[in-house]
Design a protein around this ligand. Structure first.
Ligand code: FAD
Ligand code: DLZ
Ligand code: SF4
Length: 509
């Protein structure tokens, strides 16, 4: 029998991983490695690295307890080759293995590295998703526009989630309309379940502090779940305490509450500690028992079997050049305040501060605050992409890139979004209490106190008129702009220009 290596990456920590299912416990050696290449392709948030390393070490230990032979390399092992392929080559030499079994990585970069490795590597599909590449391709084939909503309905039918026969529960596929309530005065949940670091996690925290302590982001307090058992507890906590109000306040933001009714499970789901179907089944069961309303459960399930599966489909359909796209020709450097520098914009300051402390921000903070500002200000989408990939604990390219390059920055020219997600300060004011505590005035359209989102919103529409004025969903925006008094329009544009100049000069905005 040929001796084989079985590669398990840091975001493949699932018992049912295809490579593990195809492996032979008696003869094969599992290879897991903490390597500099993976820990530094962007400057990851230290909490993200700690989560991955701690979860990898505990997963490796569980595999050993289950009878597998695991060749595990820690980052500071003297023999560490520094890369995944380097580690495979080293282990091949040690064990005499000539073949490698792998599950497809979630990034083109690593897929390519395995493809060109001087080893025989068999790459199996990553079947921890509901939709395979070929299913997504079939769905996409011949469609003019790849809209998530239609894909989502197919996923509902396929899984039977929230289906009553062939009809959607509650007689509607999508309850988004009910899910736009402004921020509540009081939040009835204390946020996600938090875990005390054990000895293994503490050792990892020391390593990460020593090696990555100068990266953007606070390493401690560290409270993420790092095993499947803990991740399941975190899921139960969410279903019981937060899910019932998830829908109502999904888009809300508060100065003093970072998590509201969000699940904060994407880091666990994306590294494989939880599976998408079990999460959705738990939510559907809460609906069936009458513990959570349909708008909450449908909204939540849609994010997972709809958006998450859909963005993955787009990433693999569009190909390796996706992260290089820049149809709007934006070239401005990412402002320093994304890395914790000073800004007077309270909404941005709050979203970045939370990102720095928790390696987490919820969807509307990512899309309508930091993403919206970057798009309005014309920041180079590749720099925006690298920022999102670095700073969030749940960020892996297959999910991060379509959300950033496509949904948030419209750099793919509308593959994902039918119109750019831009808004003035009014949207942020409606959904949050940020504006009340801001240096700027959200109601001021011009002048020293004008909210930068207000100025740049019109500036963006004006400078991209050729591309967007014919978009049926943007007609109202252009009509409002065109109805504005000509002198006022000139003032808005001149003040917008000035703001961008000051941004480029590194002044505090
Ligand atoms: P909840 O709001 O509680 O939602 C439940 C689950 O739905 C999430 O855990 C997640 O798995 C899934 N989900 C929700 N929205 C999306 C979406 N748009 N795409 C994929 N899955 C979704 N999500 C990531 O997992 N990784 C990323 O790197 C990432 N980058 C993003 C970048 C930008 C610019 C934007 C706008 C969104 C990004 N998202 C990303 C999507 C979303 O913001 C996060 O999934 C969500 O904030 C995770 O927090 P949560 O678990 O509390 O989510
Ligand atoms: C993100 C990450 C980090 C920080 N470190 C490692 C590592 O040391 N070893 C490893 O196997 N995986 C790591 N990962 C996850 C990979 O980068 C991830 O598998 C690819 O980006 C594909 O999604
Ligand atoms: Fe953000 Fe403008 Fe509101 Fe300030 S006034 S918090 S910059 S939207």
């Amino acid at each position: 029998m040929v001796a084989r290596l079985v590669l398990v990456l840091g975001d493949q920590l699932s018992e049912g991983l295809s490579a593990l299912c195809a492996a032979d416990k008696a003869n094969d050696t599992i290879v897991m490695a903490e390597v500099t290449d993976e820990a530094s392709y962007v400057k990851h948030h230290p909490k993200k690295i700690a989560l991955i390393f701690a979860a990898m070490r505990k997963f490796a230990r569980a595999l050993e307890e289950d009878g597998w032979t695991v060749a595990y390399t820690q980052l500071d092992d003297t023999e560490n080759a520094g890369s995944i392929v380097g580690e495979l080559l080293r282990r091949a030499e040690q064990t005499g293995a000539t073949e490698v079994l792998a599950t497809e990585p979630g990034e083109w970069r690593l897929i390519d590295k395995l493809k060109y490795a001087p080893l025989k590597v068999e790459v199996l599909p990553d079947d921890r998703f509901l939709s395979s590449h070929s299913e997504f391709e079939t769905w996409a084939d011949g469609r003019k526009a790849l809209r998530m909503e239609y894909f989502y309905r197919e996923m509902r039918r396929k899984t039977g989630l929230l289906m009553e026969g062939d009809k959607p529960a509650g007689d509607k596929w999508n309850f988004d309309h009910d899910n736009r309530k402004a921020a509540p005065d009081d939040v009835t949940v204390d946020g996600p379940l938090q875990f005390e670091p054990d000895a293994i996690t503490r050792e990892v925290l020391e390593l990460v502090a020593a090696r990555f302590g100068d990266s953007f982001g606070d390493l401690e307090p560290f409270w993420f779940a790092t095993t499947r058992a803990e991740a399941l507890q975190a899921l139960d906590h969410f279903i019981e305490h937060a899910l019932p109000r998830f829908g109502d306040y999904q888009d809300a933001m508060l100065n003093d509450n970072q998590f509201l009714y969000h699940a904060v499970i994407s880091p666990y789901l994306n590294i494989g500690l939880l599976g998408p179907l079990e999460i959705c089944e738990a939510a559907a069961a809460a609906y069936a028992k009458g513990d959570a309303p349909i708008n909450a459960v449908e909204g939540f399930i849609r994010q997972i079997i709809g958006w998450r599966e859909y963005v993955r489909g787009i990433y693999f359909l569009e190909g390796p050049d996706y992260t290089q796209r820049n149809v709007l020709g934006h070239t401005r450097d990412l402002p320093w305040f994304y890395w914790g520098g000073e800004t007077r914009m309270n909404c941005v300051s709050k979203a970045v501060a939370q990102t720095q402390s928790e390696a987490y921000a919820h969807h509307i903070q990512r899309l309508m605050v930091t993403g919206n500002f970057a798009l309005l200000a014309g920041i180079d989408p590749h720099q925006v992409h690298e920022w999102y990939l670095a700073v969030y604990a749940d960020a892996f390219e297959w999910v991060e890139a379509p959300n950033t390059v496509g949904m948030s920055q419209f750099a793919d020219g509308g593959v994902i979004a039918s119109k750019p997600y831009v808004s003035s300060g009014a949207y942020i004011n409606r959904m949050s209490d940020h504006c009340k505590a801001c240096h700027y005035s959200v109601s001021a359209k011009t002048g020293e106190k004008a909210c930068p989102f207000n100025l740049l919103y019109w500036h963006f529409l004006d400078r991209h008129r050729d591309r967007f004025s014919g978009n049926a969903r943007m007609g109202n925006m252009y009509r409002t702009w065109d109805r504005m008094d000509a002198e006022k329009r000139e003032t808005v544009l001149a003040e917008g220009d000035d703001l961008l100049k000051r941004l480029d000069a590194g002044e505090v905005i």
